[in-house]
Design a protein around this ligand. Structure first.
Ligand code: SF4
Length: 427
């Protein structure tokens, strides 16, 4: 993949980009606006956006409506289980990890994880997002035994182990990424989260001390997609990267999605600085206005990804509500448990009722989904948005075309008849 270039903006090269952007005014189900290429986005956005935020957000809302014309906004009831905080990496944006042997390090017993899953099911949860550090000693059998036993005991969706963890397991076992993924899938893994995506530009990743390069992260995702394993994609931004890097991140995701169609959703979230080494340098949080501007750009850029989630956990519910009118069609998770970015300062909280109210206040119909972005039904009723559920396992939202994952849900065999479940914060 040739490296994306950085273009300078000029009236001459911005004109075609503006023309293409205007085409989103005509966004409608079944019709695709022309793709805006990386160089054209650079002309539109660098060194600062040429288009007012209100226009970007309105166009992204039109694109959201074209992709999901039934006025539904989804959310998921699930739990983030962090099986271990022991990690051989030292990412400087992370307030979660403990180095091997350091005080405070832990590994959850399988029985403890089963107890958490049972609590989740009792609260109406449909699955778990399970992530952890890169543990130097846990064998592959620790993971496969856990997945197999979870599948044997509970009808839940297992959305687990980011590409960074797959990379770490490969280091521990000596197996290839593909061999690790095959073993996890055979044990019961349903999908993998987009953790570790951060900014997919190595110049940035080296400064953040990320263990996995951008090409390695993308290659693991591509391998997962080849195996029929759906995944989400993320962008952690607002930690000192350049605006051009954000565009390059989106370009790399869009190119991979063109090849595989394996990304079921995209989740942009803003860096949380508290208690992180990086927070001593980048101590300010991204303001809601900038977040919403980039949420809109992400929706317009990723024309081949069906679902975009707004991160209420890092931005709060007011921004979450506005995000639903700035390109997002998903409000994420009820967050029964979250241990990774709360220590870094993301302390917003919400119940299922609050998420549903937020969706209604934004003018949409709330609907519960699973980790594969398959709609499960209207959720607790009677109440706002309660009504007839779509057909089983169907997401009627995406009426776009073959470049967008059919139905907006998970592609491939891993999703067929998938039981309930989903993701949320994905580091
Ligand atoms: S972000 Fe993940 S890989 Fe990096 S230090 Fe934290 S737990 Fe480890």
């Amino acid at each position: 993949m040739p490296a994306p270039t950085t273009a300078t903006r000029s009236p001459r090269n911005a004109a075609p980009a503006l023309e293409k952007l205007r085409a989103f005014e005509g966004a409608a189900p079944g019709w695709r606006p022309p793709r805006i290429e990386l160089e054209e986005w650079e002309a539109l956005v660098l060194p600062e956006p040429l288009v007012p935020d209100a226009d970007l957000r309105r166009l992204a809302d039109l694109e959201r409506a074209a992709l999901h014309p039934d006025g539904v906004v989804t959310y998921v009831v699930d739990r983030n289980i962090n099986y271990s905080n022991v990690c051989t990496s030292i990412c400087n944006f992370c307030a979660f990890y403990r180095s091997p042997g350091e005080e405070g390090g832990y590994v959850l017993e399988h029985e403890e994880i089963f107890r958490k899953v049972e609590e989740t099911i009792a609260l109406g949860g449909s699955g778990i997002l399970m992530q952890g550090g890169l543990h130097p000693d846990l064998p592959l059998s620790w993971y496969t035994t856990l997945l197999a036993e979870l599948k044997r005991r509970y009808p839940i969706h297992l959305h687990c182990f980011s590409p960074t963890e797959v990379y770490g397991l490969s280091e521990v076992t000596g197996l290839s990424w593909r061999e690790v993924l095959v073993a996890l899938v055979e044990a019961g893994l349903d999908s993998i989260p987009g953790g570790g995506g951060e900014i997919l530009v190595d110049q940035v990743r080296r400064k953040r001390r990320s263990k996995v390069s951008s090409e390695e992260w993308l290659a693991i995702m591509e391998t997962a997609h080849e195996l029929g394993l759906p995944t989400t994609a993320t962008m952690m931004f607002g930690h000192g990267e350049e605006l051009a890097h954000r565009l390059q991140h989106l370009e790399k995701l869009r190119r991979l999605q063109d090849r595989t169609g394996g990304f079921i959703a995209f989740i942009p979230w803003s860096f949380q600085p508290d208690n992180t080494p990086l927070g001593k340098v980048v101590s300010t949080r991204m303001e809601g206005g900038e977040y919403l501007r980039w949420l809109a750009i992400c929706r317009l850029y990723l024309d081949n990804v069906a679902n975009v989630q707004v991160s209420w956990l890092t931005q709060g519910l007011d921004v979450g509500r506005e995000g639903l009118r700035s390109g997002a069609n998903d409000l994420g998770s009820t967050m029964i448990e979250e241990n990774v970015i709360r220590p870094a300062g993301a302390r917003h909280e919400a119940t299922e009722e609050v998420l549903r109210r937020t969706i209604v206040e934004a003018g949409f119909v709330p609907m519960v989904r699973n980790a594969a972005y398959r709609r499960l039904g209207p959720g607790p009723g009677p109440g706002p948005g309660a009504g007839p559920a779509p057909g089983p396992g169907l997401c009627p939202g995406s009426a776009r075309g073959p470049a967008v994952a059919a139905g907006g849900g998970a592609p491939g065999p891993a999703s067929a008849g998938a039981p309930p479940g989903e993701p949320r914060f994905e580091s």
